[in-house]
Design a binder for this molecule. Structure first.
Ligand code: ATP
Length: 336
């Protein structure tokens, strides 16, 4: 099993050092035969090669089974947007759940935001016209059906089989209207799943007022981007927010947050967002090798135990540094 690793910028390398030692430990225990391919990408590659995502890096990534990526600095969009498009990673999966001892708005929140990852206002179709600027919102039937299908399949694997499609079809009748129609069409094929629709403004409010109402939210690119940052804060911190960019053949796993230049180099970055991203990676890889399922469970168990012991970084009201949290997780893995 070959894993591409992107070190990233800012706190990225600190987080990756932590995640890498956890991957080594897991491999030691489970003997999955993990191989790691170090990929140059981001601000450092831009300085060295004049390109944030050199061609050689792309070729290396394509030869791997999955990619674990730490946050990148100012060239973030050049790397991840290119990879999402090139590898057709159409589903951006962003879980937001409560963890022991991390202060959240409510207990027992367990939401997954499934965000369409390839179109909408982020298609790059933006123009200047005299004194105006125009951005084009692209919504296609194909991408909307595909993401809705993904969300409902995911709901079928969960205890709470509920999907909310989020849009603004009362105003954007054609674009968001098409998205809503597609979600309804897919919902009809999944009678076991409870289906609801919510306007984006109402959903933003409801996420604060009663987040436990939600299980899976499926939405378009921009709304998903914004809602997932909100959801991360609802459960405590961006520092515990992992994500996945999933296509039919490949997937990239990365924290929701950016490179956090304000705390870079201080040794206090929360490594959990990247370690939880590695957990999602093992979940996804478990269809190729069932030992990866055990790896995911081991990571989840270790993180929960470490948090219960109160070992955590300052962003989640702890007193420990990145290294101490990492060592505590490795210790838990050893005792699994
Ligand atoms: P960028 O420009 O790369 O997006 P940013 O600082 O604008 O970086 P984020 O990186 O998303 O935005 O960070 C937002 C805030 O959350 C910052 O104050 C940052 O320190 C904090 N933060 C984000 N990730 C973590 C983490 N893993 N551990 C601790 N604090 C974090």
């Amino acid at each position: 099993m070959k894993i591409a690793l992107i070190n990233g910028d800012g706190i990225g390398p600190e987080q990756m050092e932590s995640a890498r030692s956890i991957l080594y430990k897991i491999d030691d225990i489970l003997d999955i035969n993990l191989e790691f391919e170090e990929i140059e990408a981001g601000d450092s590659a831009l300085i060295k090669y004049g390109k944030a995502l050199p061609d050689e890096s792309i070729e290396k990534i394509k030869r791997c089974d999955a990619c674990l990526k730490a946050p990148i600095g100012s060239s973030a969009a050049d790397v991840i947007v290119t990879l999402r498009r090139m590898l057709d990673l159409y589903a951006n999966v962003r879980p937001a759940k409560t963890y022991p001892t991390i202060k959240a708005l409510k207990d027992d929140i367990d939401i997954i935001i499934v965000r369409e990852n390839t179109e909408d206002l982020y298609s790059g179709l933006e123009y200047e016209l005299d004194d105006s600027a125009i951005a084009i919102k692209v919504i296609t039937r194909r991408a909307s059906l595909r993401i809705a299908e993904f969300a409902f399949k995911m709901a079928m694997m969960r205890e709470r089989k509920i999907v909310h499609a989020v849009h603004k079809a009362n105003l954007l009748r054609k674009s968001d209207g098409l998205f809503a129609l597609c979600c309804r069409e897919v919902a009809n094929r999944y009678p076991e799943v409870e289906y609801g629709e919510m306007l984006i403004d109402a959903c933003s409010m409801q996420l604060i007022r009663e987040p436990r109402e939600f299980s899976i939210i499926v939405t378009m690119n921009m709304y998903g981007d914004i809602l997932s940052d909100e959801a991360a804060q609802v459960v405590g911190s961006l520092g515990i927010a992992p994500s996945a960019n999933i296509g039919d053949k490949f997937a990239i796993f990365e924290p929701v947050h950016g490179s956090a230049p304000d705390i870079a180099g201080k040794g206090i970055a929360n490594p959990l967002s990247l370690i939880l991203s590695a957990e999602m990676m093992f979940e996804w890889l478990s269809s190729k090798d069932r030992r990866c399922k055990i790896a995911a469970e081991m990571i989840d168990n270790a993180i929960n135990n470490v948090l219960r012991k109160g070992i955590k970084t300052p962003d989640i009201s702890g007193n420990n540094n990145t290294h101490e949290v990492t060592s505590a997780i490795i210790n838990e893995l050893t005792n699994y």
